[in-house]
Write a new protein. Structure first.
Length: 228
């Protein structure tokens, strides 16, 4: 009954009745089965230690956190969470960010290195973002990307989006992380919703990195004190 009610709310939002910006075309909406599966994955993947939902503060995963970590989560708390079914996890996001030659460019200097490597290819490829044919290719991450449209520069939106952390999971090459083998370009609504999901996921990935650094510092301190 609760799941059915949640799906009715989902349809209400997709119609744009709650907020016009939330409107989703009929052919892009989840069926009840897909909605139920997405909801199940969300429940299994959600971490109450993030303290983002009412009641999370009562879970042991949250109460066992240090005061500093609780404050950090409180500062980074979002008003709402948007979940996607693109198959992106904190783990594969961290792997994509691990190497400097990786595609995701958290800072503009790294993006500049990638954009400088863009060259015209002798063969056409399929754009990783919009699925159109293109002869331009980012040599740094071996990706075909649109730079010009009808020989006119249009701002290089495909080039920028592909290297943007918030777009990770929507590109053509990311489709293998999902069960959906019929990849198609994301529209503006999907890009916006996915960006909200990625903000939450990136926050979680950063928290995990901080935890690893803290554990390493503790181990190092114990080792040094033992050596002395």
């Amino acid at each position: 009954m609760v799941v059915t009610a949640a799906h009715d709310i989902y349809r209400f939002c997709c119609d744009g009745l709650a907020d016009p910006e939330w409107a989703v075309p009929e052919n892009e909406r989840m069926s009840f089965r897909d909605f139920r599966m997405t909801l199940s994955k969300q429940m299994l993947a959600y971490d109450p230690s993030m303290g983002l939902l009412p009641g999370d503060h009562d879970f042991r995963a949250y109460t066992r956190l240090t005061t500093a970590k609780k404050q950090k989560r409180k500062r980074g708390k979002r008003d709402r969470i948007v979940y996607e079914s693109e198959g992106v996890t904190a783990e594969n996001y961290q792997k994509a960010k691990r190497h400097k030659s990786g595609r995701l460019c958290g800072d503009l200097q790294q993006f500049l290195d990638h954009s400088s490597s863009v060259k015209r290819s002798t063969n056409q490829g399929v754009c990783e973002v919009c699925q159109k044919k293109t002869v331009w290719r980012c040599k740094s991450c071996s990706a075909s990307l649109c730079i010009l449209e009808n020989r006119n520069f249009t701002g290089g939106s495909c080039l920028v989006r592909f290297h943007c952390d918030s777009f990770f999971g929507l590109a053509k090459r990311d489709a293998r992380m999902s069960d959906d083998t019929k990849w198609k370009p994301a529209n503006q609504n999907r890009i916006r919703r996915h960006a909200g999901y990625m903000q939450t996921l990136m926050s979680k990935a950063n928290d995990e990195d901080d935890s690893s650094e803290e554990e390493g510092s503790v181990v190092g301190g114990i080792f040094n004190s033992t050596a002395v």
